[in-house]
Ligand binder design. Structure first.
Ligand SMILES: CC(C)(COP(=O)(O)OP(=O)(O)OC[C@H]1O[C@@H](n2cnc3c(N)ncnc32)[C@H](O)[C@@H]1OP(=O)(O)O)[C@@H](O)C(=O)NCCC(=O)NCCS
Length: 163
């Protein structure tokens, strides 16, 4: 197992990985389009292949997690990538780490809550708008639930004092 920050040499493979799992290299969040493979993050490999990926964007609000994927579910990779991101956010002086997911993803919403995240907003219809830019976003999501809204999840963090 090897985990590193995303390096320039990883970017093409990271882009393919994101496209494979999300149908496009673009990630939509709060009406904005991001290219996660051009951003920062962590990549985990086994036998050279990517098995886990977290990407994030930093701005004055804090750290926004753009994508999180694990291909070996239930082995702790997803949680530990998120713990890495929380640690990185504290080192970078952020006071919050947040992300947007969709209304159908109830298991993921539970997963984030177990890590301490709270649901801070539901942005009605934002996913329907995002679909106009990224048509790959499914109309019907997990367990047959129609996908319309964005659920914002947020974790308040203490930045390290010297950051
Ligand atoms: C969510 C995800 C990153 C978790 O990664 P992981 O390596 O399995 O995570 P861990 O082993 O640390 O934790 C397991 C927990 O992940 C969640 N999980 C596992 N499989 C999942 C799946 N297919 N979809 C959503 N959540 C899942 C569950 O909460 C699980 O706990 P449980 O077994 O008690 O229900 C991974 O399942 C995944 O890549 N899902 C698809 C992409 C996705 O939904 N990403 C989040 C976008 S907002």
């Amino acid at each position: 197992m090897a985990r590193t920050e995303i390096r320039d040499a990883d970017r093409a493979e990271v882009a393919d990985f994101i496209e494979r799992f999300w149908g496009s290299k673009i990630s939509m969040s709060h009406g904005k389009a991001f290219y996660p493979h051009k951003e920062q993050g962590f990549v985990e490999r086994r036998d050279g292949a990517i098995v886990g990926l977290l990407t994030y964007h930093l701005d004055e609000e804090g750290m926004e997690v753009l994508t999180l994927n694990s291909t070996l579910e239930g082995e702790g990779i997803g949680s530990s990538l998120m713990l890495n991101a929380i640690e990185a956010a504290r080192k970078k002086g952020c006071r919050k780490i947040w992300l947007a997911t969709t209304n159908d993803r109830l298991r993921v919403i539970e997963f984030y809550q177990r890590l301490g995240f709270r649901m801070t907003a539901i942005n009605l219809g934002v996913v329907d708008e995002a679909r106009k830019v990224k048509p790959q976003i499914p109309v019907v999501g997990e367990r047959g639930v129609p996908v319309h809204d964005e659920v914002v999840m947020e974790l308040a963090i203490e930045p390290y004092l010297d950051s």
